[in-house]
Design a protein around this ligand. Structure first.
Ligand code: UDP
Length: 327
């Protein structure tokens, strides 16, 4: 399939773009490089621009025959979304609606959405399946949930087919160690822990008073290569599935912040000092997936389900790219 991949130069996007090529698809990356990296899509067709700009989209879709869209581009930081909600509503919702308008206009009626476990909010039961109540605790989750709902109505009104992939905590790096997580500033746990391993600066632990076994927040860490595989499968299943589906992608195993740090100490052999800090606004206590539906619907089985393989690949990337892609 000829694909438009918004945000394809970002962390999950770039690994997925590579996978899509390996699976015989032809991705065109559309990325404004505000968080993505040109180096991460070297050799790929890249259009630098805003995915919500109608004129650009009309040009792009007019000149290339596109079969489907994989929509990664978004603002995706929980803490930042609490501080700057307007930006999240505009970037994730308003610009996505502009994209949907132009897709519909041009007859491109298939889309895979990068959604998130943040749509659930505080857990009612663990693990969470797709029927778990959705009560986001931050604007990031709220805007993704609104977009998922819009996609359901777009299906009802126009027959627009979509799969929203609610991923849990993306981490790790490509198996060959060449593509990994680089954000500026970096806010995510795994890269921050590995940076602390390299620099000996303490890593902040946000919240030590949660009602979890050690007081720190629990997340389900899922390897970026497995997420990429989930996108390829979802895309290839879109036609068969029809409708507007939602699927969780997670391993079903929860690890606390302190457990991640302890595992990283074992893998890196470094002491990794910590600094206790207050909770980060908008952070739920625990997010752990039940991914049975993804297994049944698209045959998704994680190949790297353990925390070890996630940390090992991320560590290989961190050591070889201490200054990001420019090192
Ligand atoms: N976290 C932390 N220290 C950091 C970064 C993150 O304690 O330097 C915590 C964060 O508060 C959350 C968990 O680690 O409880 C995962 O955060 P991350 O930003 O990696 O992903 P999120 O769950 O926000 O998508």
């Amino acid at each position: 399939m000829r694909l438009l991949v918004t945000g394809g130069a970002g962390f999950i996007g770039a690994v997925t773009v590579r996978r899509l090529c390996e699976a015989g698809h032809e991705p065109i990356v559309l990325d404004d490089l505000s968080a993505g990296h040109r180096e991460a899509v070297a050799g790929m067709e890249l259009v630098v621009g805003d995915f919500g700009e109608r004129a650009l989209l009309r040009d792009l879709l007019g000149s290339k025959k596109i079969d489907a869209v994989v929509h990664f581009a978004a603002s995706s930081l929980v803490g930042e979304s609490v501080q700057r909600p307007g930006e999240y509503y505009r970037n994730n919702l308003e610009r996505s609606l502009a994209l949907l308008d132009v897709l519909r206009e041009r007859g491109v009626m298939r889309l895979v959405l990068s959604s998130t476990a943040a749509v659930y909010g505080e857990p009612v039961v663990i693990p969470m399946d797709e029927e778990h109540p959705t009560r986001p605790t931050n604007p990031y989750g709220e805007t993704k949930l609104a977009l998922e709902k819009a996609l359901r109505w777009y299906h009802a009104a126009y027959g627009f087919a979509s799969v929203s992939l609610r991923y849990f905590n993306a981490a790790g790096a490509s198996a060959d160690g060449s593509l990994g997580e680089v954000h500026d500033p970096e806010t995510h746990l795994v890269p921050n822990v590995l940076r602390a391993a390299l620099t000996d600066d303490p890593v902040p632990v946000f919240g030590t008073d949660y009602a979890t076994h050690d007081g720190t927040a629990v997340r389900d860490y899922v390897h970026v290569e497995d997420l990429a595989d989930g996108h390829v499968r979802a895309l290839e299943s879109l036609e068969r599935m029809g409708g507007a589906s939602v699927l969780n992608l997670g391993n079903g195993a929860g690890f606390s912040v302190l457990q991640v740090i302890e595992a990283a100490r074992r893998i890196t052999g470094k002491p990794i000092p910590i600094r206790k800090a207050s909770r980060r606004p908008g952070d739920p206590e625990s997010l752990v997936a039940s991914s049975g539906r993804a297994r049944r619907e698209i045959g998704w089985t994680p190949r790297f389900p353990g925390l070890e393989s996630i940390l090992e690949t991320a560590w290989r990337f961190a050591r070889t790219h201490p200054h990001g892609y420019r090192s």
